[in-house]
Design a protein around this ligand. Structure first.
Ligand code: NAD
Length: 458
């Protein structure tokens, strides 16, 4: 079977075609990785740090090429794509330094000369299953800490981002020992085979698949973490500047055609929704839609034809169910999977569009009477990834932040946006297992070995 990846803005542009890794190929890749990982774990932390630094330099040196490939393969607007490549370099540099952090703790032993230590050690081969939407940042925010702490990595990228993954591995290869970082292209079966062969698995993608991966890993007795979907709410309080809040929400909802797990899908407006809604419609209509290779473009295509159909159908269903289409709702003309940024209001909070992730440029405006109702509506979904609050009132911001059941809470900031130096992850159906990124990543990619050392006498 072949894996084919096509450009979403020019579907006749075949970006890459490679053979899918079957179960045998995955097992062989993991075996090679295990051998390389053993030597890597035995290398000094200084060597691992230097190698990751070289990997960062290699990516930085090819930044323009990687950015262009990302634009071509997943349709990410070039300004965002360039920022993502830069973030990838930053992630590698950050974990190159973390390789030199203390690798454990000492505890009080039974006597003054005794040592009781808990030392970190790598898990072995870390399997990674990733989505297409951040084809550089997500593989790297998993692979960089895994490598820094002495693991080998086998990555199964999304078929739609195979070209970027293969190029990334190729670029990093000269900096790393042979076979330490490998890519196994393929779809669900390749992913399942990977879970069966590795020592831990880190997944990012949809809730349905993440659940299956976590369940399979648990059955095999290996640790897993899964970062999954979101349906992120931005709460706009009456004292917020409607135009400013609308500008931020428009970009967070529609940027990269809404294809971020942290995109805003629901604007929850407290009090009179009129001024904010009007400003939001104007801000969304003002976003530049078009060729993602243009630096001014904010909204490119969605990833595939079915993804575009899902957006149009969600808009049609919302309108048929009593919603008011404020803007958008239809597919774009011409080649490419373009769809107009779409806003709907007048729906109840339990309408499907206000409950289920579409993963495209579509959002709802929900009017609520007060802060309590805003919290109930914002929390009234199965997801819990990111939430934002717009207000000038610090007390209200703090109160709301304490009541939102999301993993990321952002005040006067877009729901989208991730800081690789801080823990990242969600609550409820959005997340399973320990947090990713920042110092938190070490917990997943290592286990501790507790060592007692006593003097022979005394
Ligand atoms: P997806 O779940 O369809 O696929 C994710 C990965 O899993 C792909 O590599 C896919 O090939 C693989 N896969 C599919 N079935 C599998 C199986 N049975 N066993 C093992 N692997 C399997 O997701 P997608 O369409 O690539 O990405 C979009 C989704 O990702 C959205 O729901 C989005 O919210 C989510 N996402 C979450 C985060 C986060 O950090 N929370 C970040 C980005 C994207």
């Amino acid at each position: 079977m072949a894996v084919r990846s096509r450009s979403p803005q020019r579907p006749d542009d075949l970006v890459v075609e490679v053979t899918e890794a079957d179960a045998g190929a995955v097992a062989a890749a993991v075996e090679r990785a295990r051998a390389a990982g053993g030597r890597w774990a035995a290398a000094s932390a200084l060597e691992r740090s230097a190698a990751l630094g070289d990997a960062a330099d290699a990516l930085a040196g090819a930044a323009g090429e990687v950015t262009d490939l990302m634009v071509r393969e997943v349709g990410k607007p070039v300004t965002e794509a360039a920022a993502e490549t830069g973030r990838g370099v930053g992630i590698l540099r950050y974990y190159a330094q973390q390789a030199l952090d203390p690798d454990g703790e000492t505890y009080p032993g039974p006597g003054p000369a005794a040592l009781l230590l808990a030392r970190r050690r790598p898990r072995g081969v870390a399997g990674m299953i990733t989505p297409w939407n951040f084809p550089v940042a997500i593989p790297l925010w998993k692979a960089a800490p895994a490598l820094a702490f002495g693991n080998a990595v086998v990555l199964k990228p999304s078929p739609e981002a195979t070209g970027v993954a293969l190029r990334l591995a190729e670029l990093l290869a000269p900096a790393l020992p042979d076979d330490l970082l490998q890519v196994v292209p393929g779809g669900p079966e390749t992913g399942q085979a990977l879970v069966e062969a590795v020592d831990c698995v880190s997944f990012t993608g949809s809730v349905a698949v993440g659940r299956q991966v976590a369940l399979a890993a648990t059955g095999l007795g290996i640790p897993s973490q899964a970062e999954m979907g979101g349906l992120n709410a931005a709460i706009v309080l009456p004292d917020a500047d409607p135009e400013r809040a609308a500008g931020v929400v428009a970009a967070a909802a529609m940027g990269y055609a809404g294809q971020k797990c942290t995109a805003t899908s629901r604007a929850v407006v407290v009090g009179d929704p009129g001024p904010f809604t009007e400003a939001l419609v104007a801000a969304v209509r003002g976003l530049a839609v078009g060729d993602p290779a243009e630096p001014s473009t904010v909204v490119g295509p969605v990833i595939t034809e079915p993804a575009r159909r899902r957006v149009v159908e969600a808009a049609t269903e919302a309108a048929a169910g009593g919603g008011r289409l404020l803007t958008g709702g239809q597919a774009g003309d011409g080649d490419g999977w373009f769809v107009a940024p779409t806003l709907v209001d007048g729906l109840a909070p339990d309408a499907r569009l206000a409950q289920e992730e579409v993963f495209g440029p579509i959002a709802v405006v929900l009017a609520v009477a007060d802060e309590d109702e805003a919290v109930a509506v914002a929390n009234g979904v199965r997801y819990g990834l990111a939430g934002s609050v717009f207000t000038r009132d610090l007390d209200r911001a703090l109160r709301l932040a304490a009541r939102l059941d999301t993993g990321l809470i952002r005040v006067n900031a877009p729901t989208s946006g991730v800081d690789y130096l801080a823990p990242f992850g969600g609550e409820k159906d959005s997340s399973f297992g320990p947090r990713e990124q920042g110092k938190a990543a070490r917990d997943f990619y290592t286990s501790t070995r507790t060592i007692t050392i006593l003097p022979q006498e005394g």
